[in-house]
Design a protein around this ligand. Structure first.
Ligand SMILES: *[C@@H]1O[C@H](CO)[C@@H](O)[C@H](O)[C@H]1NC(C)=O
Ligand SMILES: *[C@@H]1O[C@H](CO)[C@@H](O)[C@H](O)[C@H]1NC(C)=O
Ligand SMILES: *[C@@H]1O[C@H](CO)[C@@H](O)[C@H](O)[C@H]1NC(C)=O
Length: 415
């Protein structure tokens, strides 16, 4: 490794053209789903947008570390260490791009060499500078060449806050995630070829670090930017451990003004795979609070309010039911609130939270907020909901049959 020589390298700028189709393939590669992310997946959408992290595709094409004098490159010993991206304006739906590559430094980390390269991308049509990114590529076993350990131009990670996250988003990757993701340009066989993965020291092919970064980017944008890419300014991540396609990614986020700190874990192992990440937004408000366990607007709250009003009119219901029902209301598969319907004591009561006075529930109903709304409105049949798993009941199922009268009364009164 010869950092001084590498820094003088000025290769020709690399051209990269893309269309909406390419942007959609990238969005699929990083787990975009029709239910939440239609605008990233459908070119005729009113508000079709390109995910800002798609710039890694032109970046990779242009990354000149493979051909740079002064760098002895070996694909089989390469790991993506860190990534920094700064985007100056939303990416066009189609574009012709030109990307300049410069080697910032080759750092000597002992166990390997950390190659820092800056990639600056311009839109050929408008002439505007679209984005800048810094790749930090680690080459195992190439250290101890007497180079510097750090460099002032290195974009650094920032430690995450020392408190519980403000929001969490969880998403399972597909076992074929890497196969889809590589169609956006990173064809390294490490991600699909079992033989090559073994040769590189892995038991099986691993997911691209940049693919995990794409998932996390979506999770943060969805939670704090209402999925509006024009609010994205910059992101920095460190890839601390590999992900196996099929594992579940959990993005934990901390809201600090316009900076969202985050880390990403694998649910199945608890391992942190993106550490000390952050995203800077032009303005950050928590639009999507579904992942939070407090302050969530529940549609079912209105139903319980109505039940509270209806209860005194339902003479004899306590004598009929003689039990306590706890409703475990979920949203997107995550628990958000408990409501207790006490039809055992006094004239009955309904309140938020688990049963008071150390009482235990005779039956617990687990149901999604929206489904509970539909059930109460009579739009969803309870037996059908039960059979299809939308309504889960633990405990005394038969007792719930006695609630029919109450629900019928509700429908007549308000819903
Ligand atoms: C990009 O498109 C331009 C204009 O059609 C063309 O001249 C150029 O060769 C294309 N570049 C690549 C890398 O496909
Ligand atoms: C690389 O980018 C960093 C951060 O923007 C900057 O400080 C540095 O001067 C750049 N170096 C080169 C060689 O482009
Ligand atoms: C509910 O549980 C209580 C004890 O926790 C019991 O006394 C009551 O009979 C039960 N009600 C029904 C309907 O099973």
């Amino acid at each position: 490794m010869d950092p001084a020589l590498a820094k003088t390298y000025k290769p020709e700028d690399a051209c990269f053209n893309y269309t909406q189709r390419d942007a959609i393939i990238y969005a699929l590669g990083v787990g975009a789903e029709l239910k939440d992310d239609l605008k990233f997946l459908y070119e005729n959408h009113d508000d079709f947008q390109v995910l800002p992290t798609y710039v890694v595709a032109p970046g990779l094409t242009a990354n000149c570390i493979t051909s740079c004098p002064g760098i002895e490159f070996d694909l089989a010993r390469i790991l993506h260490g860190e990534q920094y991206i700064e985007v100056y304006e939303p990416l066009p739906a189609d574009a012709e791009l030109r990307t300049e590559c410069r080697i910032v430094d080759v750092l000597d980390k002992g166990s390997g060499a950390l190659i820092l390269s800056n990639l600056t991308t311009y839109d050929n049509n408008s002439g505007k500078k679209l984005c800048m990114q810094q790749f930090a590529t680690f080459q195992v076993g190439s250290g101890k060449f007497g180079g510097d350990k750090t460099c002032p131009a290195e974009k650094k990670c920032v430690p995450i806050p020392d408190r519980a996250p403000d929001a969490i988003v969880e998403q399972k990757t597909s076992v074929d995630q890497a196969a889809i993701y590589r169609m956006s340009g990173d064809l390294n066989p490490l991600h699909v070829d079992p033989m090559f993965a073994k040769m590189s020291g892995f038991k099986q092919p691993i997911l691209h670090g940049l693919c995990t970064m794409g998932f996390s980017t979506r999770h943060v944008l969805k939670t704090f930017a209402n999925n509006d890419v024009s609010k994205f300014k910059a992101i920095k991540v460190r890839f601390s451990s590999p992900v196996i396609p099929g594992q579940t990614l959990v993005t934990e986020m901390w809201h600090e003004g316009t900076r969202i700190h985050f880390q990403t874990k694998v649910k199945e192992t608890g391992k942190v795979v993106i550490s000390n990440g952050h995203m800077d937004l032009t303005d950050a408000s928590q639009q999507n609070t579904e992942a939070k366990s407090c302050g969530v607007e529940l549609r079912s709250q209105a139903i319980f309010d109505t039940i509270a009003e209806e209860l005194p009119k339902q003479k004899g219901i306590v004598q009929r039911v003689k039990g306590i029902i706890v409703y475990d209301i979920t949203k997107n598969g995550k628990h958000v609130h408990h409501f207790t319907l006490d039809l055992m004591n006094g004239n009955g009561a309904v309140y938020k939270g688990e049963p008071k006075n150390a009482a235990t529930a005779n039956a617990t109903v687990v149901v999604d907020d929206d489904d509970f709304m539909k059930l109460s409105a009579g739009e969803l049949d309870s037996t059908k909901a039960y059979m299809t798993g939308k309504l889960k009941v633990k405990g005394n199922v038969m007792m719930l049959q006695k609630l029919q009268g109450l629900m019928g009364g509700l429908r007549k009164s308000k819903l």
